[in-house]
Ligand binder design. Structure first.
Ligand SMILES: Cc1cc2nc3c(=O)[nH]c(=O)nc-3n(C[C@H](O)[C@H](O)[C@H](O)COP(=O)(O)OP(=O)(O)OC[C@H]3O[C@@H](n4cnc5c(N)ncnc54)[C@H](O)[C@@H]3O)c2cc1C
Length: 419
């Protein structure tokens, strides 16, 4: 349980810094405490929100009359690739190529895990360096960046199934990964298991049917990764497909992210309720890098007070994609159902619908588009959730008017009229 006398509010726990009071806050330090907290909340019929780093949540200003659980377990364990049991020591860098299994507890800070896996001489998640949040949430929306998605490195996910009230293990097939999607996220969107308090919403929202307990990753032994993204290749003066040391890829990713305001504000971990959520060494490095970046004009720190990319890249039918202007980006996104799907760029649509960096709905508004790119909605200081919603809806309306495309928010939206 938390040792604090008062509860945090969602504005204390989320990267965008908005959201109302929390009635009950539990911070389990053991697996048994975690399972007990989730089970008893469900048995009592109370609303449940398992929160990680709060980097993909936009929560309303009203008090949340349920239980918020933040897993305080953050261990990372190297497993024996043959037996799946804990192994002693980390692999030596000069060992033969092969797979390495590493298990991380759900509450582990995502970037602490990336750093640890690179220090252990493993390749597979370096392109996902600097994404805020936790290991548990990384598989909920299948985080992705710079040509990598976490799904490619997941071996299995240990979960608590809230429907069956039991522990289970989900392999990659059961996880049903897609673009920013998984079986866990789908359970939050399923309205055939409705919420009694919020008609039209899933019973498993804002927290999925499966609560992640730990994730086992299958990484590759070896100090080099492949550059899978043009922008990254350019930053490293190389070509897409070239092999580079994973440490260099991580440094380039962090530099590109910093320049776009797509890293979280490291100072948040110095505040009450956030202290201790990251590894101390990692925090010192992040604070140092952040102060160096501000010296070279990496934009105002408020660019980092966001939920990252606020809108998903729309998936369109070929017919809808044909209706877009000729120069709109189009990527073949395959299809689960047999019908072809074309992905376009939310950022391109926003830019070409007339929105500019730093856009505000009116002078003096407290929420703005990032000064670095138009896909992030930021809190300029003192914004409330309704300020962010007003901005998001203005962007949705503008894009719909210009291109007939509905933009869908990427963050998990709680208690707000935003879809
Ligand atoms: C500056 C910035 C940059 C970003 N860049 C990227 C990017 O490049 N690519 C990308 O994909 N995302 C990006 N994001 C989004 C975000 O970082 C990811 O979605 C991240 O995985 C969220 O993790 P979290 O722990 O903060 O989740 P939260 O925001 O705390 O929670 C999100 C959802 O996951 C659920 N959840 C949390 N923990 C668990 C658990 N243990 N079991 C089950 N459900 C759980 C919550 O209930 C909620 O529904 C960015 C965000 C920011 C602020």
């Amino acid at each position: 349980m938390t040792g604090m006398s008062t509860n945090p509010s969602f504005s204390d726990l989320t990267t965008i810094g908005v959201g109302g009071a929390i009635r009950s806050f539990i911070e389990p330090h053991t697996r048994a405490e975690l399972l007990d907290a989730v089970r008893s909340t469900d048995e009592a019929g109370r609303r449940l929100c398992v929160i990680g780093g709060g980097s993909n949540m936009l929560v309303g200003d009203d008090a949340f009359d349920g239980v918020v659980i933040r897993d305080a377990r953050r261990d990372i364990t190297l497993l024996d690739a043959d037996t799946g049991t804990a192994a002693v020591g980390m692999p030596a860098h000069d060992e033969a190529p092969g797979d390495v299994l590493i298990r991380a507890q759900a509450g582990c800070h995502w970037d602490d895990f990336v750093r640890a896996s690179i220090s252990a001489g493993c390749q597979g998640v370096e392109g996902l360096s600097g994404i805020p949040g936790t290991v548990g949430a990384s598989v909920v929306q299948n985080i992705g960046a710079y040509g990598q998605e976490v799904s490619a490195s997941v071996d299995s996910v240990e979960v608590w199934d809230r429907a069956g009230a039991c522990v289970g293990t989900l392999g990659t097939r059961e996880m049903g990964f897609g673009y920013r999607m998984s079986a866990l996220k789908r359970s939050m969107l399923q309205t055939d298991v409705p919420d009694v308090e919020q008609p039209g919403a899933s019973r498993f929202s804002p927290t999925p049917r499966y609560v992640v307990i730990s994730v086992t990753f299958r990484l590759h032994r070896g100090g080099e990764g492949v550059l899978g993204y043009d922008q990254l290749a350019r930053a490293l003066h190389a070509q897409v497909g070239d092999r580079m040391p994973v440490g260099d890829i991580r440094s380039a990713v962090l530099a590109v992210r910093a320049a776009k305001g797509m890293l979280e504000d490291a100072h948040r971990y110095e505040r009450p309720f956030m202290r201790g959520c990251v590894d101390e060494r990692g925090l010192r490095e992040a604070l140092r890098a952040q102060s160096e970046q501000s010296d070279v004009g990496a934009g105002p720190v408020t660019d980092r007070h966001s939920c990252g990319s606020f809108f998903m890249n729309p998936m369109l039918t070929p017919q809808a994609a044909r209706a877009l202007p000729e120069d709109a980006p189009r990527f073949d996104a395959g299809s689960d159902t047999g019908d072809k799907t074309i992905k376009t760029s939310a950022a391109w649509l926003i830019d070409h619908a007339g929105f500019h960096r730093g856009f505000v709905v009116r002078p003096g508004a407290k929420a703005a588009l990032s000064s670095r790119h138009t896909l992030a909605l930021t809190n300029l200081g003192g914004a409330r959730a309704h300020d962010v919603v007003e901005l998001a809806q203005a962007v949705q309306r503008g894009v719909h008017r210009a291109f007939g495309v509905c933009l869908t928010p990427e963050p998990v939206v709680v208690g707000l009229p935003l879809h």
